[in-house]
Design a protein around this ligand. Structure first.
Ligand SMILES: Nc1ncnc2c1ncn2[C@@H]1O[C@H](COP(=O)(O)OP(=O)(O)OP(=O)(O)O)[C@@H](O)[C@H]1O
Length: 685
């Protein structure tokens, strides 16, 4: 049948085959095979080919042989594909009725469990087909499929692992088994088959994140109609994974490709002791969180019909430990940590809502930079608002200057964020921690009780904090003790214990001395750590070099303050010009009682007028002079004025007009925060 099938597929070969059959007994004595010639003549074009071959002295009977070979080859391939389809059908039948199967997609945490098992047990890592990669961290989910094969979270971190990422020459090679291939292994004497399928998605995301990442599906089969073995295997993988993560904090961040949460990093749990802050604040915060997370509190919330959520605001200078404390809390209370930076340009209201809705219960959401852009109460960026102008005090100027920060506004609106935080479907049991460097610019709606239940200020190091930082660094306390270290700890001789106590006492004494030498409220904890870290082996050296470092820092601080003063003066000058220019543009001469004008707008104008008058008074200018001042003609503006108000073409001061607002944004964007958060760093020692 297949032979005939092969022939049917190739009529030319059939004729050639027939020709050969007819020709065989005649092919003797060098006589031309008459019948084969006749057979050939029946094939269109064969005569021409024959003539061509004859011309080059090639025996045309070769055609017959080739035809015969083709026929045989075709028949075999037909036969092969038939058997293959039979095998597939049999396999499908077997799989449908005699196998249990589980499918897991890479965007599910269960995927991590399976990959952890595969890497731990080194299944198929010696595969004959493999990829080679030098990439390290398993950060983006798009690479998950690759990295999981031979180097999962834990495997990477195991110092004894062959998957350790680097050696003295740089990143090591990783050997990764290929996908689209079945891997076999036994678990509890049952055969399991795993197949990974990577779905290449060519589509582009609409969030500006470029091509969508490839997703992966893992399918697991076991023999037998009873899925129990499969469930036992999955449960085993889960426990294995959870145990592995016991001493780690998994950081989930928003994947910029598809705007979903993605486990991007694991970190060893940071102990709460390692975050230095005043005892009072730490105690207040930890007691509150512990109380909130207790099962009793959960049922209390349910009884009261209150949404079971809690919010905290950590505010203060950069490098004061806001993020560090959040990570430590996640580790201490065994909560998953989800980090969202509102400054991200890809983030929009809808995404934020979806991200909040997809949070698991018992998780910390860390909203970083809540002050960023549209989330604060400003209606314009970098432009001093009319509400600010009636005040010349430091705080008001700071606020206005901060608005002029060169940070790009985020695309998340305040209402979008509030909806996400309060979302009806949002996970119960979550802890929301918002951090900001500029508490004063936050909208009161964002930090009202119910959204923010406790605020903690992080400031420059006081005496207590300075002392603790020193002790923390030199006491030799370990973050996490391995079981081996714990065993050794227990086996310590009395002599060792005494030596340790003496060392502790000595460090405490040095810490007191250190704290007394450093001025309180001058440095952030990060700055102090920055000084101590290069001298971490020798506390006495740190004390010896401290005066020089302090001198450098004080000089730098003075320079920074002078720069700051200049910036403030320039800002005030610009502000004055800005309002003067606005007056010249006649918007103040508008009829204040216009019906169309909102009360808000009128209020702002009044403030503006008052501001102008104040400024005029301050500068000794009388109103007469101002009136007589010619409005700047087009093309005659100085460069600085142009910078300040290049394009005010509207009379609306409310900033409703987007064009006007846009020009204002650009004008002030070069003014940075008035109080420099970081000072020039210490020259390397
Ligand atoms: N209070 C602190 N205790 C211990 N370490 C600290 C403390 N403050 C800062 N550090 C150290 O300084 C570095 C930066 O700290 P962290 O990121 O927590 O500051 P932050 O306040 O969150 O800053 P930002 O506002 O810029 O996010 C970390 O390496 C951290 O270990």
């Amino acid at each position: 049948m297949f032979f005939a099938g092969g022939l049917a597929q190739n009529p030319a070969a059939m004729v050639l085959g027939a020709g050969m059959y007819n020709q065989m007994p005649m092919n003797n004595g060098g006589q031309p095979p008459v019948q084969s010639d006749e057979a050939l003549a029946s094939i269109p074009g064969a005569e021409m080919v024959k003539r061509l071959l004859d011309q080059y002295g090639i025996d045309s009977s070769m055609l017959i042989t080739i035809g015969m070979l083709l026929t045989i080859f075709n028949s075999f391939t037909g036969l092969y594909s038939f058997f293959l389809s039979l095998v597939y059908q049999a396999m499908n039948f077997f799989a449908a009725y005699f196998l249990s199967k589980a499918s897991i997609r890479s965007n599910d945490e269960c995927f991590d469990y399976i990959m952890e098992y595969l890497s731990r047990n080194e299944i198929s890592t010696d595969s004959r087909l493999f990829h080679v990669s030098t990439q390290q961290d398993i950060i983006p989910r798009k690479h998950k499929a690759m990295f999981y094969d031979g180097a999962t979270f834990s495997a990477i971190n195991r110092p004894d692992s062959e998957f350790v990422q680097t050696d003295e020459y740089g990143p090591k090679l990783k050997f990764i088994p290929a996908s689209a291939k079945k891997h076999y292994f036994f678990f509890e004497k049952t055969l399991f088959i795993i197949e990974r399928t990577i779905e290449h998605t060519a589509t582009h995301s609409n969030n500006g994140g470029g091509a969508r990442p490839d997703d992966e599906t893992v399918e697991i089969w076991t023999v037998g109609r009873n899925p129990l073995a499969l469930r036992r295997f999955l449960a085993h993988c889960r426990v294995l994974f959870m145990k592995q993560q016991q001493y780690k904090t998994i950081l989930h961040t928003c994947d910029s490709y598809d705007m979903r949460w993605s486990a991007s990093q694991t970190r060893p749990i940071r102990s709460l002791d390692s975050v230095v802050m005043t005892f009072k604040d730490k105690d207040r915060l930890l007691t509150d969180i512990a109380e909130y997370l207790s099962p009793k509190t959960k049922s209390w919330y349910a009884e009261q019909g209150l949404p079971y959520r809690r919010g905290y605001l950590f505010y203060g200078l950069p490098g004061t430990g806001k993020t560090s404390l959040t990570t430590a809390i996640a580790g201490a209370f065994n909560l998953k940590l989800f980090i969202l930076s509102l400054g991200s340009q890809n983030l929009h209201d809808n995404y934020v809502q979806e991200l909040f809705l997809s949070l698991p219960p018992r998780a910390i959401v860390l909203l970083e930079d809540v002050d960023s852009a549209n989330v604060d109460r400003d209606y314009g960026y970098g432009v001093p608002q009319d509400d600010d102008i009636d005040s010349e005090d430091d705080e008001e100027v700071d606020k206005a200057l901060n608005r002029g920060s060169s940070r790009r506004p985020s695309n998340v609106s305040l209402s979008g964020l509030l909806n996400a935080i309060d979302g009806v479907g949002s996970a119960e049991g979550r802890v929301l921690i918002m951090t900001t460097n500029r508490r004063e610019s936050l909208d009161s709606a964002l930090i009202r009780p119910g959204r923010v239940d406790m605020e903690i200020e992080f400031g420059r190091a006081n005496n207590e904090v300075l002392e603790q930082i020193f002790i923390q660094l030199y006491s030799g306390k370990k973050q996490q003790m391995s079981s081996l270290a714990l065993e050794q700890e227990e086996k310590k001789s009395e002599k060792d214990v005494l030596a340790e106590a003496a060392h502790k006492h000595e460090v405490e004494e040095l810490a007191k001395k250190f704290a007394s030498m450093v001025p309180e409220g001058m440095f952030t904890p990060a700055e102090v750590q920055n000084f101590l870290l290069p001298r971490k082996r020798d506390p006495n050296l740190a004390l010896k070099e401290l005066p020089d470092w302090l001198k450098i820092q004080t000089d730098n601080l003075k320079k920074a303050e002078e720069k700051d003063k200049r910036k403030r003066a320039k800002f005030l000058q610009r502000r004055h010009k800005w309002f003067k220019q606005r007056k010249q543009m006649k918007f103040l001469n508008q009829d204040d009682d216009s019906d169309a004008e909102s009360a808000d707008s009128r209020k702002k104008k009044r403030h503006s007028k008052e501001f102008l008058e104040d400024i005029a008074e301050e500068n000794g200018e009388d109103k007469k002079d101002e009136k007589s001042e010619e409005p700047a003609k087009e093309g005659e503006e100085t460069k600085e004025e142009k910078d300040v108000v290049p394009e005010i073409k509207t009379e609306n001061v409310d900033g409703d007009d987007s064009k006007s607002k846009k020009s204002e944004e650009g004008d002030w964007s070069d003014v940075e925060t008035s109080r420099p958060a970081s000072r020039p760093t210490e020259p390397s020692t």
